[in-house]
Structure formats: C-alpha cells, structure tokens
Design a protein around this ligand. Structure first.
Ligand SMILES: Cc1cc2nc3c(=O)[nH]c(=O)nc-3n(C[C@H](O)[C@H](O)[C@H](O)COP(=O)(O)O)c2cc1C
Length: 444
C-alpha cells in the first residue's frame, strides 16, 4: 500500500471521501463488516489500540485490528455471515453493483429458516420473524488502524509487526492513524491522545518513529481536535502541517475541553483546512463532527473545503448513513420509510404507500433483521475467543431497535440477550405482541 494512498483515495472520490470514524467499543470487526456491507463507506477505521497494551498482551488486543472475517474470498471482496434462505422466495434489499432489486414480502411464507453460510458451526436458525433476506454479497473492507499510547518505540514496534504481516487477520489494513485527540481522562491526562496537543516534542517523536517503521508501505495520518482548552489552529494544526506534513489530518471540530458537548465548529475546521493546505498541499484533510449522512458530508466538503468527512455516532445501528441516494432508494422502495431522513424525498415515496402501521412493521422487521445478522456475525467472529462475552453486542441491538412503535420496551428486553439464540426468542415473542394478527396467520 503506497504512501500516496490518501491522495489516490481522494482522486477516486471527487465528491469527497466519506468514512467511518473510529469509536472505541463500537467499530469492532462485526460492526465494520455490517457497515461495509450495507453502507459501503469509502474507508473504515478500527477502534483505537493502545500500543503499550498491545505489546504486553497481544492476544487480548489484536482482535481490535482484525479486518478479515472468518470467510475470505478474493481481492479483498468478502462474503460473510450470509443468511441463506432455504427457500428462495425472498429477495435482497440492496446490492451495490447490480443496482436496486425488487423486494418481496415474506408474509406468504412466514416459516423460513436460514442457515449461517460458510460458518464452521453451520448453525441453522429460525428467522421466521425476518420479513426479508439480507444477502448483500461482498463488501470492501479497507481499514485504517488507529494507535494511541506514549512511547515512540512501541508505536514503531507495532507498525513493524503490521507491515511485516505478523498480526494475523489484518490483511485489510491500508494505513496507520495516530490518535492525538482522545479526551478520555485516563488517556489524555496521562499524556496520550489529546494530551499530545500539549506536548509537541512527543507528538513529533511518535509520528517520526511510526513513519520510519512504516517504510512508505503504509501512510501515516493524525486524528486530532481543534485545540486543547481553546482553538489552537495556527499553533497546533499549523505546526502539525508545517513540521510533520502527515499524509492526512482528521479533524474533529471540538477542543479537548469541549469533549462531546456543544456543536462541532465547522467554520474553524474550514480555517484549519485552508491553513493546512497552504503549509502542506499534499496533506488530505478530513473534517469530523455531527454529520448525519453521506449527502450532508458531501455538502460539508463543498462548503468547508475539506477533502472528506468521517461519520461516527450517526452510524450506530444505521449503516445506511453511508449509502448514496440511488442505493438508499432501493432500501426505501422496500421500506416506504427510511432511516436516512434526507433521502426520504418525494421521488422515493410511492403513491401507494402503505399505512403507517405497515410502515412501522416494515421498519421494525428490517432493522431487527439487521440486528440478528449483526449478532450472528459477532458470534462468528469472536465466540471462539477464551474471554468471549456477548455483552458488548447488546448496545448495537439497542441502536437497531429505534424509530418504531414499541421500540423502547423492546430495547429493555434486548438488554437481557446473551446470545443470538436469546435474541431470536425475544424478537419472536415481541413480534407476536406487536402484530397479533400476523402471528395467528403464521400459526395456521
Ligand atoms: C463511543 C465513542 C468512542 C470513540 N472512540 C474513538 C477512538 O477510539 N478514536 C478516535 O479517534 N475517536 C474516537 N471517538 C470520536 C469519534 O471518532 C468522532 O471523532 C466523534 O464522535 C465526532 O464525530 P461524530 O459526531 O460523527 O460522532 C469516539 C467517539 C465515541 C462516541
């Protein structure tokens, strides 16, 4: 992977690069795979990985860098956790290359079972509550590995392991990103993450050690904030650009002090982007903060002069924030309602729109099918690990269960799930409660 990866990626995306922002405890492998499959962002990020911890306890932390799911096909095109219908009378939701495919209701065939394809476990699961098959095929999973820590030699050692392919299942890593923006107290007050904004000599040492270890084989970027206590555009971002000239700077439009409060300051991001470009014309600048969809990201590119945008929180339980209009419309044609509000335009809505009750049920079925696929994928990726736990999956279930009637009561139930099998039981019971007539018909 050449060091001009970022400029090439920019050239490939004239409307701007739109990627998944790193989120600790969120953007693990199954979440990234779901996002890649249904939203196809232009680039993905791992959770941040502590270089000190990684070198001490690789077995525990390496999984944060995994990009390869259990099943690999070829050319970075992956097929994973496909839920194959034994009966082929379902159709798929959105297939990127071949365009929108009509979706058929499964209500005439409510007792479907699905097999988890390509799994060594070959589980058979009852998905009769799912009204559609999710079967999107391959997905690109180009991923940036984000590192944080304090010791330059540890950054270099981990980078060396990555470029020498000494960490299994990381073939999708295409770049290294240095976290200089995390505001968590145990990170920043220790001098790492956003703490580096106040320690330029160490920031420089870390960057140069990583760059040298990367040997031009992986580009090195920096994700940071607008300043520590206040805006430090010239002093911090100008210095980063002039002194380090990284391949890319990813700029969250808040200071350390702000944490996640208030709004991201996109005017300040624009000022910083202009300055960075004037001092280091080849550095790609990605803005970040409060963006809700690919469309909004592309507007920000035009309005604020950045090369692209990362989206974080809006992607929780909703991979479609990365879908473009055409792709999202195939989902919308099925749902007659959408999780991407700006895409719910008149061109997408049908004159024979279903009643709001049916729309609500479509949305419920659709997102709960995603929740189940995600849970199966989570088990497929991690259940063989010695300290395996289903608990980190629960928050994703809650994020999928939003925006339909009865969601809040269902979320409370989902917080009890300890496996995908539990999840299925909960969803079956919930479906009967929410749609008693359909349950009676299905039982006939
Ligand atoms: C739960 C959570 C975990 C995060 N973890 C990381 C991280 O590991 N590395 C990082 O650079 N930023 C992290 N962030 C910050 C996000 O990447 C992003 O900069 C921030 O959420 C603003 O973007 P958004 O408004 O699109 O979410 C995290 C944010 C959240 C909410």
């Amino acid at each position: 992977m050449s060091a001009n990866f970022w400029t090439n990626l920019r050239a490939k995306h004239p409307l701007g690069i739109v990627g998944l922002s790193p989120m600790d405890g969120v953007t693990d492998l199954p979440m990234r795979l779901m996002t890649a499959k249904y939203g196809a962002p232009d680039i993905l990020w791992t959770e941040f990985v502590n270089v000190e911890g990684m070198l001490k306890n690789p077995a525990r932390l390496e999984r944060a860098l995994w990009t390869d799911p259990p099943t690999r096909v070829k050319n970075n095109q992956l097929v994973f956790a496909r839920l194959e219908s034994k009966r082929q009378d379902f159709s798929l939701v959105a297939r990127r290359k071949s365009g929108p495919t009509p979706c058929k209701s499964s209500s005439s065939n409510p007792k479907n079972t699905f097999r988890l394809a390509n799994s060594s476990q070959q589980k058979t699961v009852d998905c009769s509550f799912c009204r559609l098959e999710i079967n999107g095929g391959g997905a690109k999973t180009r991923t940036i590995a984000q590192l944080y820590g304090l010791r330059p030699d540890n950054f270099a050692a981990l980078t060396t392991r990555l470029i020498n392919h000494q960490i299994p299942r990381t073939s999708g890593i295409v770049g290294i990103d240095l976290n200089m923006g995390c505001p968590a107290r145990q990170v920043a007050l220790n001098g790492a993450g956003a703490g580096l904004i106040q320690n330029k000599p160490l920031a420089k040492e870390i960057y140069l050690a990583t760059l040298e270890a990367a040997q031009g084989k992986l580009p090195v970027s920096i994700k940071t904030r607008l300043g520590f206590n206040e805006l430090e555009i010239e002093d911090w971002l100008g210095w980063l650009a002039e002194e380090l000239k990284p391949a890319a700077i990813i700029l969250h439009g808040r200071t350390y002090r702000q944490g996640y409060s208030g709004h991201a300051d996109w005017e300040a991001i624009a000022r910083a982007a202009r300055l960075i470009k004037s001092l280091s014309p080849n550095t790609i600048v990605l803005g970040n903060g409060d963006v809700q969809s690919r469309g909004e990201a592309q507007e920000k590119v035009v309005q604020y002069g950045v090369d692209g945008v990362l989206i974080g929180r809006a992607a929780m339980g909703n991979p479609f924030v990365f879908a473009d209009r055409q792709e999202a419309s195939s989902v919308i044609n099925f749902m007659k309602t959408t999780a991407v509000p700006e895409l719910a335009s008149s061109e997408c809505s049908s004159p024979e729109a279903k009643s709001s009750q049916n729309e609500n049920n479509d949305r419920r079925s659709f997102y709960l099918a995603l929740a189940l696929e995600h849970a199966l994928l989570y088990e497929q990726c991690f259940s063989s690990l010695s300290n395996y736990s289903f608990l980190p999956m629960r928050k994703h279930l809650a994020w999928y269960a939003r925006g339909f009637a009865g969601a809040s009561a269902l979320r409370a139930q989902l917080m009890q799930a300890n496996s995908s099998a539990d999840l299925q039981l909960i969803l079956e019971v919930d479906k009967k409660k929410s749609n008693p007539l359909e349950a009676v018909l299905a039982a006939d």
